[in-house]
Structures are given as structure tokens and as C-alpha cells.
Design a protein around this ligand. Structure first.
Ligand code: AMP
Length: 386
């Protein structure tokens, strides 16, 4: 028998830095497995705090609060990647953080992340580090327009980005994004056919598994739907899963890594971004796979054997933003327009303030006919303003 060390058994307490919906769904999955949870989040009654055994209400960079989290936890994870480096250092000294600090360091910064992906032998869109307006002009001339200028840190859901469409925009784009006081990176624009993602898990014992490829559609830079199986060839699906596994191994990932990719019409794949945590495009796994991404994350950080990632049914995951909650509530009472062979599983995150564009929940539509589910979403009053 191979001896496996660092196994965190059920009954132990998992600490989660961040109390949003990702932490909530990790806790719900982990509680079913017998773990206890404590979360740290500045917002009282946070989505994760509502389902955890305890919540420490404090800022994410509050070192005293981080010390308390360490004291109360047998193992610590996080639900966002922008963890303050001093907090990571403290948690690593005072508790057990199997995911380590290196993965956060890499994924917090677009240039470091791209270099790490390339070092793992995987392609990213051609890019240039930009440290002056002249360099930006040269880069735009070299890549042609459109091209995309991004801040190296702090951007999410399309924020901290400027799609440069003509040379005239160079001065404004540089002046605006350089205010962020971080490095800038210019990327060649990829005229992709589809955006896809793969979530892979790796455990300290070196086991690695990838979930099936999701095809993602964004509206206003926010994920709208994920379709699984992705409508790309089987060969491309296998290739994307292999790339995610190569990245998980190359970067020595522990826990989950979400790999977002662009696919061109000629079948090339470029990795756009990584996230070292559960990912919105993996919410479909909750009912559609043998193991959800959340359970897999718990298994991985606790060094348990990873669960099967096999797909049980085709699925469309559709996000519920603030503006969708009221029509969803009205629809929920009857649900009578749903095609007979589509089952809707509604997940809400316990957020009270339904602000426009805020992620409030999602629906997994389980069906053998994803086109029917997509048509239903398109016609539904819930998402009529998309
Ligand atoms: P990101 O914040 O890097 O995930 O980018 C947000 C969205 O902008 C992506 O989901 C793409 O739709 C688009 N985008 C970002 N980078 C590129 C690129 N190099 N080429 C084409 N589209 C891009």
C-alpha cells in the first residue's frame, strides 16, 4: 500500500478566506462529507457565512483576523485569487495551506501567469509587456488592430481592459490603464470561434482529473451560459482537457485550476486566463457530474482520492444576475413553460441585495437536448434583457 500523508479527514475544520458564493458551495459540499467550516469575510451574514459553522467578520487583509482563522482551521483554502501576500504568509506559518503561495503569486499577475502557462508547454495569445506609450504604439503596429491592452493585476469580468481599434486610441488607452499603477500587457486579438474552459483538480498525492469542457457565452463580459458538452469536436475536447491537466501538473496545482481558453475556427487553442479556485463555468458539475467541482476541491485539498468527473447528462448552466431575481421568483411558482425533457435546478446564493449585474445564483438545466434548453432561456421572461 502506498502511504499517503497529509490526509485531512472528515470532522476536521476547513477555513475559507472569502465568504462569497464559491465558498458557500464548497461548504455545502464539504459539510455533506462531514467537514466543518469557518469563513472570513467583511460582510456580515455572507453567502458562505450562512452555511458555515462560523464566520469571522473582518477585512481580507486583517492580519489579526487571519490569525484567528488559522487557529480555528486544520486546513485553509481561499475562494478568490487576490489574497494579500502578508495574509498568505501568515496563514502558511500558522496553519496548513496546501495550495501554497506560489500559485497565487502566479495567477495574481497576467504576465507571470502567461509565462507559467508557456513554461508548461501551452499556448497563449501573442503578448507584449508594455511600459511606455511608445512601446504600446510599436506593439499595436506589430499586432495590428484590434488588439487588447490589459492591466497585469486587478482586472476581472473585462475590467482593466481596453480593446484598441485604431492607432488614435493609443494615447488614451495608455493614459487610462497606466493609472492602475501596475504593469500592462498588450495581447493580439484572437478572432475566436468559441470560448471554452476546463477545470482540473490535483491533489498532494499527485492525482489529477479534468472535468468535461464547458462552452461559455459571455454577455457584457459576464458569463451568461455554459453548455456541456461543448459544441466542439471530441478531438478538441480531449486536447483541451489534456492542456488543463498539463497546466495543473506544470504549475504544481493543489486544489482546482480553472483554465479559460479561446478556440479558433481552425482548431487552435489559446489559454486566456487561469483561476486557482472553483469557477462559475464549473457550476454545471453540481448536478451534471458524478462529483461537483466543489466536492472535488475539498477532496483535493484534503488529499482524499479524487472523485469521478464523468458527465451524467448534458446540461446548460445559466447565471442569475440581480435583474433576473424578481422574474425568476415569479416564474418559480409555476415553472410550467419548461419543456418536459428539461429539468431546472435552481441555486441561489443567499444575497439580499439584488444589484444589477451582481451574481445572485444560477440554474442548471439538465436535458438531452441542449438546443431546447438554450431556446427556452432565449424566450424566457427571466433573461429577456440580455
Ligand atoms: P479576460 O478578463 O482576460 O477574461 O477577458 C474578458 C473577455 O474579453 C474574454 O472572455 C474575451 O471575450 C475577451 N478577450 C480578452 N482577451 C482577448 C483577446 N486577446 N482576444 C479576443 N478577445 C479577448
Amino acid at each position: 500500500m502506498i502511504e499517503v500523508s497529509n490526509v485531512i479527514l472528515p470532522g476536521s475544520t476547513i477555513g475559507i478566506l472569502g465568504g462569497g458564493q464559491l465558498g458557500r458551495m464548497v461548504s455545502l459540499a464539504g459539510r455533506a462529507m462531514g467537514y466543518r467550516f469557518v469563513t472570513l469575510d467583511p460582510m456580515k451574514d455572507a453567502p458562505c457565512g450562512q452555511v458555515a459553522d462560523a464566520q469571522i467578520v473582518a477585512a481580507y487583509d486583517d492580519l489579526e483576523a487571519a490569525r484567528q482563522l488559522a487557529e480555528q482551521s486544520d486546513v485553509i483554502t481561499y475562494e478568490f485569487e487576490n489574497v494579500d501576500a502578508r495574509v498568505t504568509e501568515l496563514l502558511m506559518k500558522q496553519s496548513y495551506v496546501p495550495q501554497g503561495s506560489q500559485l497565487l503569486y502566479t495567477t495574481q499577475h497576467r504576465l507571470r501567469e502567461k509565462r507559467a502557462i508557456e513554461a508548461a508547454g501551452v499556448s497563449v495569445a501573442p503578448y507584449l509587456e508594455i511600459d511606455s506609450e511608445d512601446k504600446l504604439r510599436e506593439g499595436v503596429l506589430a499586432f495590428g488592430t484590434p488588439c487588447v491592452l490589459k492591466t497585469a493585476t486587478g482586472g476581472y469580468d473585462g475590467k482593466g481592459q481596453w480593446v484598441i481599434r485604431t492607432l488614435d486610441e493609443v494615447t488614451d488607452a495608455y493614459a487610462t490603464l497606466s493609472q492602475a499603477k501596475t504593469e500592462l500587457v498588450l495581447e493580439k486579438f484572437i478572432h475566436f470561434d468559441k470560448e471554452i474552459s476546463v477545470i482540473a483538480a490535483r491533489s498532494p498525492r499527485g492525482e489529477v482529473k479534468a472535468f468535461p469542457v464547458a462552452e461559455n457565452v459571455h454577455v457584457d463580459n459576464i458569463l451568461h451560459v455554459s453548455i456541456v458538452p461543448a459544441r466542439v469536436s471530441d478531438e478538441l475536447q480531449r486536447k483541451a482537457e489534456q492542456l488543463a491537466i498539463r497546466i495543473a501538473e506544470g504549475l504544481g496545482v493543489i486544489g482546482l485550476i480553472a483554465v479559460e481558453m479561446f478556440v479558433t475556427s481552425s482548431g487552435e487553442i489559446y489559454v486566456n486566463e487561469l483561476a486557482p479556485r472553483p469557477h462559475n463555468s464549473g457550476h454545471y458539475t453540481m448536478e451534471a457530474c458524478h462529483t461537483s467541482q466543489f466536492e472535488q476541491h475539498v477532496r483535493a485539498i484534503c488529499n482524499l482520492p479524487l472523485g469521478s468527473t464523468e458527465l451524467l447528462t448534458p446540461v446548460v448552466m445559466v447565471n442569475l444576475l440581480g435583474e433576473h431575481v424578481e422574474p425568476l421568483m415569479q416564474w418559480s411558482e409555476q415553472q410550467n413553460d419548461l419543456p418536459t425533457d428539461v429539468t431546472a435546478k435552481i441555486h441561489l446564493y443567499g444575497k439580499s441585495d439584488a444589484k444589477v449585474k451582481r451574481k445572485m445564483g444560477h440554474v442548471n438545466l439538465l436535458t438531452n437536448d441542449v438546443e431546447k434548453a438554450l431556446k427556452w432561456i432565449e424566450d424566457s421572461a427571466i433573461w429577456k434583457n440580455m
